[in-house]
Design a protein around this ligand. Structure first.
Ligand code: TMP
Length: 205
């Protein structure tokens, strides 16, 4: 592979199928698959801490900093070295999740959360952001399992998150691509792979 790898982030609310689609695109591009919060030892510990449904109290600013800390370690330990070695990287969530959830959702200023997240990630921004959207009732059906701390936050919160993702996608159409996640998994995966190759100017195969 020549040059720096491409960096692709999947974003969206819970129950949109983004983890499944991130895995399928990573396989199709032979990319490294990772996730946030997580992807490193520290990140997985922070994931347990920040998502525990009945864990210790976590205030809004502390929550933003914990996601940012997980991101800092993730970029330094995993993402940047892979990209520099020429490997493509697909991540299940990245900095726009912080802007959507801690910014639009919690009500902290989205621009400040964006600055914090870019600082944490040493300026790294995805080459392509794939946003998956599904109607709220479909997402709720797909989440028929015990909910984590953020998933169990109210419906109005998740509507603000959804609107935040949509606003970011509309503001930066060269970087974002939006798909209806309420489609057959394989057909959607094929469409995403084809659009991603085209946007990233990657040849087939
Ligand atoms: P998921 O990746 O399994 O969907 O769950 C991660 C949860 O963490 C999800 O509720 C979104 C939330 N989250 C944030 O609130 N901010 C962030 O920066 C990230 C990466 C995730």
């Amino acid at each position: 592979m020549n040059g720096r790898g491409r960096f692709i982030a999947f974003e969206g609310g819970e129950g949109t199928g983004k983890s499944t689609q991130a895995g399928l695109l990573a396989a199709s591009l032979d990319a490294l698959l990772t996730r946030e919060p997580g992807g490193t030892g520290l990140g997985e510990h922070l994931r347990d801490l920040v998502l525990a449904p009945d864990g210790v109290a976590v205030g809004e600013r502390a929550e933003a900093l914990l996601f940012a800390a997980a991101r800092a370690q993730h970029v330094e330990e995993v993402i940047r070295p892979a990209l520099e070695s020429g490997r493509h990287v697909v991540t299940d969530r990245f900095l726009h999740s912080s802007v959507a959830y801690q910014g639009y959702g919690r009500g902290l200023p989205p621009a400040e959360i964006g600055d914090l997240s870019r600082w944490a990630g040493d300026g790294l921004v995805p080459d392509l952001v794939v946003l998956l959207e599904v109607p709220p009732d479909v997402a709720a059906q797909r989440l028929a399992r015990p909910l984590d701390r953020l998933e169990s936050t109210g419906r109005a919160f998740h509507e603000r998150v959804r609107a935040g993702f949509r606003a970011m996608a509309e503001a930066d159409p060269a970087r974002w691509v939006v798909f209806d996640g309420d489609r057959a998994v394989d057909a959607l995966a094929a469409t995403i792979a084809s659009v991603a190759r085209q946007r990233l100017q990657l040849t087939d195969g």
